[in-house]
Design a protein around this ligand. Structure first.
Ligand SMILES: *Cc1c(COP(=O)(O)O)cnc(C)c1O
Length: 234
């Protein structure tokens, strides 16, 4: 039952909050982002009925398909790499884009949001594990882009997103998440706004470590829904 899986995730989050060695400026209210990618649209309905409202998808097309067949509802987060030619759709169909990984993409989002008369919430994705195959700002590029964020009048930077490396020894992710927390604090200090408030870190195999290190949003798929079905076409 999905309800049982949610309970298990919540319990593990609570336990991780108890294990924190110090208070974090991200607080103790941890959002579960339900990652529904490669599951049918009906999973989104079940998720909303079970009381989770934040829905994570990593492809614009797949999310648009699901939104088309579902009644309105849910707060949709884009968590996968965004190509320039899909920015318009992403701005229109998501509440927040968590996977912003270049200044060029920021400029494209800013323009699309202005065209659509909205201010787009985004997170800056940082490749803290420095994996060559992963997208995200390098920690250096992130530090360099922060002072320029004021130039994007139709983008509101809400925080930071980090994906840890895949590893058999989950403890190895801890320094990566700790670096994500430090960069979040740096960003929040630089922006000086209350609306910089989301630190999205941790997935099924490592979310409790992420919460211990300061995450206030975890992106969980398999722990809620089991294995993904890659034969599904959207
Ligand atoms: C797929 C995905 C997740 C969820 O992965 P699980 O291991 O199933 O929890 C989280 N974040 C991102 C960016 C993803 O692409």
């Amino acid at each position: 039952m999905l309800e049982d899986q949610i309970k298990t995730v919540r319990a593990k989050i609570r336990e991780a909050l108890d294990h924190r060695k110090e208070a974090k400026i991200t607080g103790t209210d941890v959002t579960i982002l339900a990652v529904t990618k490669n599951h049918p649209a009906s999973i989104v309905t079940e998720t909303l009925q079970a009381g989770l409202v934040h829905i994570g998808e990593n492809r614009v097309q797949e999310a648009m398909h699901k939104q088309e067949v579902l009644p309105p509802g849910g707060i949709w987060h884009l968590i996968g790499h965004l190509q320039k030619n899909k920015v318009k759709h992403a701005v229109a169909h998501f509440a927040i884009i968590e996977s912003v990984d270049s200044a060029e993409l920021l400029a494209h989002i800013d323009k699309a949001a202005a065209d659509q008369g909205k201010v787009m919430d985004v997170l800056l994705q940082i490749n803290e594990a420095r994996e060559p195959q992963k997208s995200g700002f390098s920690p250096e590029d992130f530090r360099a882009v922060v002072p320029t964020l004021g130039t994007y009048s139709h983008v509101r930077v809400r925080g930071v997103m980090v994906i840890a490396q895949a590893t058999d020894n989950v403890e190895e992710t801890r320094p990566v998440f700790a670096a994500g927390y430090r960069d979040f604090v740096f960003l929040k200090d630089a922006l000086g706004t209350d609306t910089c408030d989301i630190l999205s870190m941790g997935m099924t195999h490592d979310y409790w470590i992420a919460v211990e290190e300061g995450a206030n949003e975890v992106r969980v798929g398999s722990a809620l829904f089991g294995a993904r079905d890659y034969s599904l076409k959207f």
